[in-house]
Design a protein around this ligand. Structure first.
Ligand SMILES: CC(C)(COP(=O)(O)OP(=O)(O)OC[C@H]1O[C@@H](n2cnc3c(N)ncnc32)[C@H](O)[C@@H]1OP(=O)(O)O)[C@@H](O)C(=O)NCCC(=O)NCCS
Length: 250
């Protein structure tokens, strides 16, 4: 996990702090309803205080037309470079590979990402988190868990303990991840999925780039790149084949 070896861009939180709020200022990449949801969560009433001040939203299509979102301007990527390039950024895109693409694009242009969960007030106890990552105010992350860079955990999810979540993973709303699970890079865990049966001597591993369908119950390791669904979770193709076979048999 890059973030734990590389120092997050903390200079932004001192140099770019708002004098009134003393919160780190950030720009959010994305200006959709999803982006607004992420932004509101960072300021959620369940937090002891907001985690940041959002100074602008970048939208590659709507940016630069003078529109506002929740009081902040929607800007173009070019405007970000010229006006806000030294402000830390948060990529509010749910799809792991799209999030990676945008993060790499920003980094190539000198952009940086910070860890919003580092101060004593916001730290999740015994949890290590990389830059650009966020855990919804209503989600729980248990101890001895590590989250890489640009990991998103959406609302009402529960990650038990001793879980390793690599860079660019998305855990959608209302998921449960039991202890001793490894979620490799770029995995998408769909809404309401349940991942169980990790053991200390044999962690359950979700391979890099895998997709877990909404509502799936994963009880065994999943190979990289697979898409699984159902209870117990099976490869989507296998499920489709079985459905066709049982339909043909009728
Ligand atoms: C698994 C998933 C990624 C598959 O998407 P896809 O590749 O576009 O596949 P399709 O939607 O075309 O579905 C393919 C087949 O799988 C079935 N299927 C899709 N999702 C399923 C699910 N969650 N459980 C069981 N079967 C499912 C479809 O019914 C379809 O079956 P058919 O071929 O017999 O009609 C998607 O359905 C999913 O669950 N995404 C997660 C969405 C989510 O949680 N978003 C969170 C927002 S915060």
């Amino acid at each position: 996990m890059e973030s734990l070896t590389r120092s997050p861009e903390r200079d932004v939180s001192t140099k770019e702090q708002s004098s009134s709020s003393a919160l780190p200022r950030i720009v959010i990449y994305g200006a959709s309803g999803h982006a607004l949801g992420c932004a509101l969560d960072l300021k959620h009433r369940l937090r002891s205080r907001p985690l940041c001040e959002i100074v602008a939203y970048i939208d590659d299509f709507r940016g630069g037309r003078g529109e506002l979102l929740d009081g902040a301007p929607i800007i173009s990527f070019e405007e970000w470079r010229s006006r806000f390039g030294n402000v830390s950024c948060f990529i509010s895109v749910g799809d792991p590979s799209a999030r990676r693409r945008l993060a790499e694009k920003m980094q190539a242009c000198g952009g940086s990402f910070s860890c919003l969960f580092e101060s004593e007030e916001t730290a999740l106890p015994h949890v290590k988190m990389g830059v650009g990552s966020a855990v919804a105010a209503t989600s729980h992350i248990g101890p001895q868990t590590t989250l890489g860079d640009h990991v998103h955990i959406y609302p009402m999810s529960w990650v038990a303990h001793d879980v390793r979540i690599a860079d660019y993973v998305t855990v959608a709303a209302s998921c449960s991840v039991s202890g001793h699970v490894v979620i490799e890079e770029g995995v998408f865990v769909g809404a309401g999925a349940v991942i169980v049966h990790g053991r200390p001597d044999r962690p359950l591993v979700i391979g890099a780039g895998a997709k877990i369908a909404a509502g799936a119950v994963v009880t065994k390791s999943i190979p990289p790149g697979a898409t699984v669904a159902g209870n117990p979770a099976r490869p989507l193709r296998e499920l489709a084949r079985n459905r066709t076979a049982s339909h043909d048999a009728e």
